[in-house]
Ligand binder design. Structure first.
Ligand SMILES: NC(=O)c1ccc[n+]([C@@H]2O[C@H](COP(=O)([O-])OP(=O)(O)OC[C@H]3O[C@@H](n4cnc5c(N)ncnc54)[C@H](O)[C@@H]3O)[C@@H](O)[C@H]2O)c1
Length: 243
């Protein structure tokens, strides 16, 4: 119960990694605020667009009215629209991807800080990607957005360490993980199985990630067990980026 009595906002909580984090946090005793573009018929759920500043301002205000505090924010909402290279990627794809993955994370971090500073404690965990560290020529927009999240996490952590002692910001960077985001092309009838085997071989541990494995690392960074850790990037990647 390492999150007992802690109020935790999780974005992207309707699916995949965000949903697994919500389940793990619930069993660790957290009081959950589930935020997603998709409607969820669950107590504590809020429909919102992470790329909208007014949605963030409303969410934070609602949560403070309801719960009086915010201990944890996990920015897990994200999109991957296409596997285009820099030459084939449209500017529209780039801006949409940045809006959700990078601007959404920026807005969440920016607007949660004041209440955490007032409390004297808090933990922000951004869900990055192996592509925060290494590039992929086939998904220019996604890779660039996650590279941005990596540096945003560090900049936020450095600012907080100086101005809000006790408030931390870290990142969990998953490899290819079995969620609807990846299943959409791994289930593709003609090439899906080939893609899956190629990807598995690219990982030293010979397999892809499971959402609960990402949730386990997120739980540690969200909890007081990691109270001396800020600005860190925990890769959960079966050794992919060690190569
Ligand atoms: N699955 C992977 O292989 C993988 C690998 C590395 C990083 N990630 C990252 O993990 C996070 C979760 O991905 P996933 O695989 O669980 O994807 P997913 O598609 O299963 O879930 C993403 C969730 O985000 C929500 N969302 C999308 N746009 C939103 C918006 N504008 N506002 C609010 N919610 C929005 C969706 O409705 C969905 O519920 C993302 O940030 C993704 O980039 C995923």
């Amino acid at each position: 119960m390492i999150l007992a009595n802690k109020v935790a906002i999780i974005t992207g909580a309707a699916s995949g990694i965000g949903k697994a984090i919500a389940e793990r946090f619930r069993s660790a005793g957290a009081r959950l605020v589930l935020a997603d573009l998709a409607a969820m018929p669950e107590p504590g759920s809020h429909q919102m667009d992470v790329s909208s500043e007014s949605d963030w301002i409303r969410l934070i205000s609602d949560v403070l009215t309801e719960c009086d505090r915010i201990d944890v924010l996990v920015n897990a909402a994200g999109i991957s629209l296409s596997n285009d290279t820099i030459e084939t990627c449209t500017f529209e794809t780039l801006t949409k991807t940045f809006d959700v993955n990078l601007c959404g994370t920026f807005l969440g971090c920016k607007h949660v800080i004041a209440s955490m500073r007032d409390q004297g404690s808090g933990s922000i965990v951004n869900i990055g990607s192996i592509f925060s560290r290494v590039a992929d020529g086939k998904c220019a927009a996604y890779t660039a957005s996650k590279g941005g999240v990596g540096m945003l996490t560090k900049s936020t952590a450095l600012h907080l360490a100086k101005t809000a002692p006790g408030v931390r910001c870290n990142q969990v960077s998953p490899t290819f993980t079995l969620t609807p985001m990846t299943e959409q092309w791994l289930a593709e009838p003609s090439q899906g199985e080939v893609h899956r085997r190629t990807l598995e071989k690219a990982h030293p541990m010979g397999r892809l990630g499971q959402p609960w494995e990402i949730a386990a690392a997120t739980l540690f960074l969200a909890s007081d067990e990691s109270r001396a850790i800020t600005g860190a990037d925990f890769v959960v990647d079966g050794g992919y980026t060690a190569q």
